[in-house]
Design a protein. Structure first.
Length: 317
C-alpha cells in the first residue's frame, strides 16, 4: 500500500528525519550535565554526517520495504527482524532478542475464478473488528461500479453480485453491502491515501462481509469483458484467521565513553508495518524510522570508545 517516491521530497524527508533524530539525542551528553552549555553545541558535524549517511538511510529504507509484507507474523516481518539483529550484532556491544506471542490476522490466500476458468489472485482485507474474511466458492455475477456513486449503480443488479469497486470510494462499499452484494473487491489505485485505506474496514463493528483487494494488472485481464458489458459469473474463495504468532523486540546496547556509566539514552523505532491488506504491506514510509535507527547504530558503533557519547545508548526495534 505504501510506495516510495523517487522525487526530491523523499530525499528531504530522510534528511530532516535523520537530523531530528540526531539533534535530539546527541546533545544530551553535552547539555544534560550543565545547562549553561546549551548555546555552545556545534551542530555542523551532525549536518555533515547526515549528508554522508543519507544514501545509507535510503538504501536501508529500500531494503526493508522490499522484504515483503512486514505485517507482524508475515515472512517479511521475520526477514526484517533477522536483518536488524545481525546489524546490531555488527555495530553494538550487547544484543538481546525478546520474544512474545501476539494474536494477528493471517492470510491464507484468495482466488477469483471466472466462468472461463481463469483464476485471478485477490487479497483479503483486515477484519471488521474481529470478523475475519472467509468464503468458499462464493458465486455471483461480477460487475464493476467505478467509484460507487449512485449514478454508477443505476441499472446494475447489485443483489447477490460480486462487485469490483474503485479503492478511492470512501465508505460506499457499505451501500453495496446494504443492497445485497455478496462481496466487494477494491481495485488498486496508485494514489490511494491512508484516509481512504482506513475507510475500508470497521474498527469497532464485527460485521462479517467479504472484502478483497485486486491489483490493477489483474483487473486489466478482465476489463475488456467488463467494459463490453459481458455477463461474467465468478466465484470467490478466500481464507484468513486469527493466530498466535511469535513477535520480537530487538535490543542493542552501545557502551558509552564511561563518563556516566549508570545512565543511558533510549532510541526506539518499530520495524513492522500496517496495511488494510496485510499480505501487501511493504511499509515504505514506516521503514524510514528503523533505517535511521540502524544508521545511528552504525555511526556511533564505529567510533572509538573515548569518542562515543558519555551515556550508554539503548537501541530498541
Amino acid at each position: 500500500m505504501n510506495r516510495i517516491p523517487s522525487n526530491l521530497g523523499f530525499s528531504r524527508h530522510l534528511i530532516v528525519a535523520f537530523l531530528l533524530a540526531v539533534i535530539v539525542i546527541v546533545p544530551l551528553q553535552y547539555v544534560y550535565p550543565s545547562r549553561a552549555q546549551r548555546g555552545e553545541f556545534n551542530y555542523l558535524p551532525i549536518v555533515d554526517q547526515a549528508r554522508k549517511d543519507f544514501m545509507l538511510i535510503k538504501e536501508l529504507t529500500l531494503n526493508l520495504s522490499n522484504m515483503g509484507s512486514r505485517f507482524t507474523g508475515y515472512p517479511g516481518y521475520y526477514r526484517a527482524a533477522s536483518f536488524i539483529e545481525k546489524w546490531f550484532n555488527r555495530y553494538l556491544d550487547e544484543v538481546e532478542v525478546q520474544e512474545y506471542n501476539l494474536t494477528v490476522i493471517c492470510d491464507y490466500g484468495a482466488t477469483l475464478t471466472l466462468d472461463n476458468g481463469d483464476k485471478i489472485n485477490v487479497y483479503p482485507l483486515i477484519p471488521n473488528e474481529a470478523a475475519f474474511v472467509y468464503c468458499e466458492n462464493l458465486e455471483g455475477q461480477l460487475i464493476y461500479v467505478g467509484s460507487g456513486d449512485w449514478k454508477n449503480l443505476d441499472g446494475k443488479k447489485i443483489k447477490d453480485a460480486i462487485v469490483i469497486l474503485d479503492f478511492n470510494s470512501d465508505l460506499k462499499w457499505l451501500n453495496l453491502a446494504k443492497l445485497g452484494a455478496k462481496a466487494v473487491i477494491f481495485l488498486e489505485n496508485p494514489y490511494a491515501s491512508r484516509k481512504q485505506a482506513m475507510m475500508k474496514y470497521l474498527e469497532n463493528i464485527p460485521y462479517s462481509f467479504p472484502r478483497f483487494y485486486m491489483k490493477m494488472d489483474d483487473f486489466m485481464k478482465i476489463s475488456s469483458r467488463i467494459l463490453k458489458g459481458e455477463s461474467i459469473t465468478a466465484s470467490l474463495t478466500g481464507k484468513t484467521r486469527w493466530e498466535n504468532k511469535k513477535a520480537v523486540n530487538i535490543i542493542g546496547v552501545l557502551k558509552g565513553s564511561g563518563r556516566f556509566p549508570n545512565q543511558a539514552v533510549l532510541l526506539s523505532a518499530y520495524f513492522d508495518s500496517f496495511s488494510v491488506v496485510p499480505s501487501i504491506s511493504p511499509g515504505a514510509s514506516e521503514a524510514i524510522s528503523p533505517s535511521i535507527l540502524l544508521a545511528l547504530a552504525k555511526w556511533w558503533g564505529e567510533l572509538p570508545r573515548d569518542q562515543r557519547p558519555d551515556y550508554d545508548i539503548i537501541f530498541v526495534a
